[in-house]
Design a binder for this molecule. Structure first.
Ligand code: ADP
Ligand code: MG
Length: 685
């Protein structure tokens, strides 16, 4: 039987039951048997009556030896059934259920499950479940009961019975889709065993075995799907570039020495570049950890090997900044850096395109403009994407396609917990820069309620009077940049009129032309603006060392990782820096999140906590990330299994990169089925 069939005409499921199931999102046989319990109640453990402990929930077995019934205050009837085994007597106590006594006779063998009350030598069970029969014959008692997520109009027993009857109604084994060598190697049970035991486990051990298989499989499908989707370039033959001697001259010319973590990341990169398989590496480093210089050295090595490199950044401001730091350092080594961004004039653009095509430009820095069709390189061998979370995979791939299997390096300051990075960037090797350059000051962070906004603003004034500069970030508006821009403009006006009429204010938002944005940033950088009122467009990368204070309005609306990014805009120079989070909501989670920001400056810790508090769904902002929901696996609880799966995935990809082998055929179908069209454009934002 094909489990993709609708349940509508399945035997035993009438239209009424079908409708109920629909409310739970169950339409097909597969939906039904993959509707996993949320938890279990273990009624399989029995104890002798004399061993019963106060407060424990447990099953017992015995013979009925007597009944009692009494009324309290007219209102309540208490009925008791005395049950005996070879160690003692327990009274099963029921409230206002005197009819229960009619169902049983003295001498009946019964089993019961419930909570024990043991005091003053009396042993009782309050409102237990009770069945005629013995340990072995019980329908519910003596078993492990699955507990399902329910909706109005359907009980747990009902749903559990439906699922059981559907499974037994299949009449045959559920077809396996994992390759048998994989099953054997990882000691997985069959899908048939797993499905049967996840819904009605024989015992705890079987449940464990079933759960392991289903979690393993869920991770596997997800991880392979991601691999599959992104693995166009995995283990592809690429260009081998040696570690250039002159690179050390470049390193020595830097105004600082590299941190240990930077050195380690650089080494990873140089090793990858040397190898003749294509590099696919993610460099994760906290805000301000110095990723740019690592990228720069990778690019320098590429050019010193006679090839071209490219670096793509998500905003023009950032591209400009990279362009100037790269040119400044690399011009001394006769390495030619150029920039390509949307705001260039047509003439400038044509010139830039011409120079990169003929090989006169060694490194091209730019925005999305880099992936336009008319951009051609002479011999592109290394592509770097900065702030990867702002780009989709498709864009990353498009840039790579401008070379012949160039090495790929992506950099992100969104400190995704490693567990998740492994899922999202399953096809990438990861280097982590987990150390800040020496001498960085801690940014003091304070969360203040909206009512105390005025005090925050007087602090703004005192910083400006000291000659410092300030960012004020407007509340995040999910729906649109237009609304956000409007809010920013309004805030500017309010501040101008009510607070800072004598200071120089500037405005920056996403609806401004790139040239306007640049103009403002230049003014801010050169100190001609005291307070920059901005939307999150300044979130990434911007470097103005004289800015020492950041105020974030309605901070609770931001993700913690994003707040951390924003905060990273200050504390970049010699002066003590501050961040003030103004919050409007006082619900518990919001307050908790504000507290985390006050207490921690470690981006990885912050995002791990945020993930725990908000769950992966919200952490990544709705479903745009395209990751199918996890039904049974949990990235926190099942980390170990995830790691096993990731090892296995690498092997599978190595052996059968396109999953064309016969043994992987059904697995591939499952993956495609699970991801359907979503596979196309996975991105973090
Ligand atoms: P991010 O990792 O956030 O992109 P950047 O690459 O912009 O950080 O570096 C932040 C600042 O730190 C820059 O001004 C850079 O010159 C400086 N920097 C980078 N590495 C070091 C180092 N090893 N020692 C001192 N300063 C450094
Ligand atoms: Mg950066």
């Amino acid at each position: 039987m094909d489990i993709k069939n609708s349940l509508q005409y399945f035997k035993g499921i009438g239209p009424k039951k079908y409708k109920k199931l629909n409310k739970l999102g169950i339409y097909t046989i597969a939906d039904c048997i993959y509707y996993f319990p949320r938890q279990y109640e273990d009624k399989s453990k029995f104890k002798k009556i004399f061993e019963l402990k106060d407060e424990e929930k447990i099953s017992i077995e015995g013979i009925i030896v007597g009944f009692e019934s009494s009324k309290i205050k007219d209102k309540m009837t208490i009925s008791k059934i005395s049950v005996q085994d070879d160690t003692g007597v327990v009274k099963l106590v029921f409230f206002n259920q005197s009819y229960i006594l009619n169902n049983f006779d003295k001498g009946d063998k019964i089993i019961a499950y419930g909570k024990v009350k043991r005091e003053f030598g009396k042993i009782e069970m309050l409102s237990p479940e009770i069945e005629l029969g013995t340990k072995e014959s019980g329908k519910y008692i003596g078993k492990i009961t699955p507990i399902y997520q329910l909706t109005y109009g359907i009980t747990n027993k009902e749903l559990s019975n439906i699922i059981k009857s559907v499974i037994s109604g299949l009449g045959e084994e559920i077809k396996e889709y994992l390759p048998s060598d994989l099953i054997a190697k990882n000691k997985l049970c069959s899908i048939d065993f797993a499905i049967r035991n996840i819904h009605s486990p024989e015992n705890m051990n079987n449940l464990k075995i079933a759960l392991y298989r289903l979690v393993f499989e869920e991770f596997l499908l997800l991880q392979l799907g991601l691999f599959y989707l992104k693995s166009g370039s995995i283990n592809k033959k690429g260009i081998s570039m040696r570690k250039s001697e002159r690179l050390y001259e470049v390193i020595n010319s830097l105004p600082f020495s590299l941190t240990k973590a930077q050195n380690k990341a650089l080494n990873d990169i140089l090793e990858d570049m040397k190898s003749d398989t294509v590099m696919n590496r993610l460099v994760q480093g906290d805000v301000g950890s110095g990723k740019t210089v690592v990228a720069l050295l990778g690019l320098a090595n590429c050019v010193l090997n006679g090839y071209q490199g490219a670096m793509m950044a998500p905003t023009e401001i950032l591209a400009q900044q990279h362009y100037s730091s790269l040119s400044e350092i690399l011009s001394k080594f006769d390495i030619k850096v150029d920039i390509l961004v949307g705001s260039l004039t047509k003439k400038q653009k044509e010139l830039a395109l011409e120079k990169v095509k003929c090989g006169e430009t060694d490194i091209l820095v730019g925005t999305h403009a880099l992936i336009e069709d008319n951009v051609e390189f002479k011999n592109l061998a290394l592509v770097i994407t900065d702030e990867q979370h702002r780009f989709g995979v498709t864009q990353r791939n498009k840039l790579s396609s401008k070379g012949q299997n160039p090495d790929v390096l992506v950099m992100t300051a969104t400190p995704i917990p490693r567990t998740l990075a492994l899922i999202l960037y399953g096809d990438l090797d990861i280097s982590i820069i987990d150390e800040l350059p020496p001498g960085r000051q801690k940014i003091d962070t304070f969360a203040v309620p909206k009512e105390k906004r005025d005090r925050a603003y007087s602090f703004v004034r005192s910083q400006v009077e000291l000659g410092r500069q300030v960012y004020i970030v407007c509340p995040l508006v999910e729906e649109s940049e237009v609304i956000e821009a409007k809010a920013a403009t309004e805030l500017l006006e309010e501040l101008r009129v009510n607070y800072f009429s004598d200071l120089r204010l500037g405005l920056l938002h996403g609806k401004m032309k790139p040239s306007e944005k640049d103009e403002i940033m230049k003014e801010f950088k050169s100190g001609n603006i005291d307070i920059l009122i901005s939307t999150t467009v300044i979130e990434v990368g911007v470097n103005v060392p004289n800015a020492t204070l950041m105020i974030i309005e309605n901070a609770e609306r931001f993700g913690l990782a994003q707040l951390h990014q924003l905060r990273g805009r200050v504390g970049r120079g010699e002066h003590k820096s501050y961040c003030i989070l103004i919050y409007g909501s006082k619900n518990e989670i919001s307050l908790e999140r504000m507290k985390i920001m006050e207490q921690s400056t470690d981006g990885f810790k912050i995002s791990e906590k945020d993930l725990q508090l908000r769950g992966p769904g919200e952490f990544f902002g709705t479903r745009q990330h395209g990751i199918p929901e996890l039904k049974i696996a949990n990235i926190f609880k099942h980390m170990k299994i995830l790691k096993e799966v990731q090892k296995e995935c690498k092997l599978i990809i190595l052996e059968d990169p396109k999953l064309t082998l016969q043994k992987n055929k059904r697995l591939k179908e499952e993956i495609i089925n699970k991801f359907n069209e979503k596979l196309d454009n996975i991105s973090l934002n």
